[in-house]
Design a protein around this ligand. Structure first.
Ligand SMILES: [Zn+2]
Length: 172
């Protein structure tokens, strides 16, 4: 039987989220993914209106005030969009979406299909392949992978004489 004291000695989630294809989450990691526990201090989060952050309400959020970390919820539910994110992670999540979303928004493939390719690239089970679940390091990988895909698509379009509005992206 697992004691709660055993769970407390598990490594922090950020070290295990891309460790390979045999990812399974323990009780604390699951609570982190549900926005119930702060991934930084491991404290219990607050479920509050986003007005406390933005000065205007955009719905509810899970918040850890001491860590300046928060996360929104799926519309009409109290289900967190992912783990809480601090300022640095919020920046990298935005960057990841900025490039990744273009791939499916341009209609090259359906969103779910693009996520499958990404999961394959990151060697993650597809059910754990959501930008909202990722660490800074993984978000950076998403940015780089998306740039590679977009550059390939651009070259392909140009070969076929399509006028491509997007620039060629430099990768790290
Ligand atoms: Zn915290």
């Amino acid at each position: 039987m697992t004691k709660s004291s055993d769970l407390a000695v598990q490594p922090p989630f950020c070290k295990t989220d891309v460790s390979g294809s045999t990812v399974s989450l323990d009780e604390i990691q699951t609570a982190i993914m549900q926005g119930k526990i702060c991934p930084y201090c491991k404290g219990k989060t607050q479920y509050v209106d986003s007005a406390v952050i933005y000065g205007k309400s955009y719905g509810m959020i899970y918040l850890c005030k001491p860590c300046d970390a928060y996360c929104g919820v799926h519309k009409g539910t109290d289900n967190a969009l992912g783990r809480l994110a601090n300022k640095e992670l919020r920046y990298w999540k935005k960057e990841a979406h900025k490039y990744f979303d273009v791939i499916w928004k341009e209609g090259h493939e359906k969103r779910g299909e693009v996520y499958k390719h990404l999961a394959n690239h990151l060697k993650l089970p597809v059910e754990y392949c959501h930008i909202g679940m990722f660490s800074v390091e993984t978000c950076k990988k998403v940015v780089d992978w998306s740039k590679m895909i977009l550059n390939d698509l651009r070259r392909l379009d140009m070969d076929f004489g399509v006028d491509v509005k997007r620039p060629h992206y430099e990768r790290q």
